[in-house]
Ligand binder design. Structure first.
Ligand code: G3P
Length: 221
């Protein structure tokens, strides 16, 4: 399963990229707003730092505006995936971009039917928002199961990009289903790294090493 970071925060992107964990990045206008500053600078930098796919989102709601914005976004790099909303105009733009060989991520997917239509329109990625479904009392992960079942019957070539991930259990469940990608807020990836027994174990190793050194002060690894 590929791991994308769902952020426009360059410090986090660099931190996890240096660990070799990132296959790509997803952004959206809300994440850009959260970082402040000029989003152009962030987009320029992110597309340079990350070799994998970087989803940058259009803000136009009609077809021609989406096409213009998508083409401008692609100027940041060949790794830019144009992110369009799951609307009739978004699907039309998806079809046009895909026909030109420009990869598209269709976002704000909340049903299996929407995922099916986005795949038919040629999307490289569909982004079901599982946390927001959980928030309204629906089972977000059930949607990932459904999309996975449907896609496995056909050869769309569309990848399931699990979005709106809220905690590490979402990640394990998505991996068990065989989702292609999860996009994670930095806080979720931070939590995935940690286990209390790892910390306790390391503390014990270091304490014992100090004891060893206290009787053999010259030893070194
Ligand atoms: O990738 C989509 C994501 O940014 C939405 O997450 O937590 O706002 O539902 P959230």
């Amino acid at each position: 399963m590929k791991i994308f970071l769902d952020t426009a925060n360059l410090k986090s992107i660099r931190k996890f990229n240096d660990m070799g964990l990132l296959d790509g990045i997803t952004t959206n206008p809300s994440l850009m707003f959260k970082e402040g500053g000029n989003p152009k600078d962030a987009m320029e930098e992110i597309t340079k730092v990350i070799k994998g796919d970087v989803s940058l989102e259009v803000v136009s709601t009609e077809y021609s505006g989406m096409m213009e914005e998508g083409k401008r976004l692609r100027q940041y790099g060949d790794n830019v995936v144009v992110k369009v909303p799951m609307t009739p105009d978004g699907l039309k733009a998806c079809k046009s971009f895909s026909s030109e060989g420009i990869p598209v991520n269709v976002t704000l997917i909340f049903s299996a039917n929407q995922a099916l239509l986005a795949a038919k329109a040629g999307a490289k990625y569909v982004s079901p928002f599982i946390g927001r479904l959980d928030d309204i009392g629906q089972d977000g992960m059930k949607l990932i199961h459904e999309i996975k079942d449907i896609f496995s019957n056909y050869n769309f070539g569309t990848q399931i990009l699990v979005a709106s991930v809220r905690h590490p259990v979402h990640v394990v469940d998505a991996a068990k289903i065989g989702a292609d990608v999860v996009t994670l807020p930095p806080a979720v990836l931070d939590k995935m790294l940690l286990h209390p027994l790892t910390k306790i174990g390391l503390d014990n190793f270091l304490t014992d090493w100090d004891k060893l050194k206290s009787v053999n002060p010259d030893i070194k690894i």
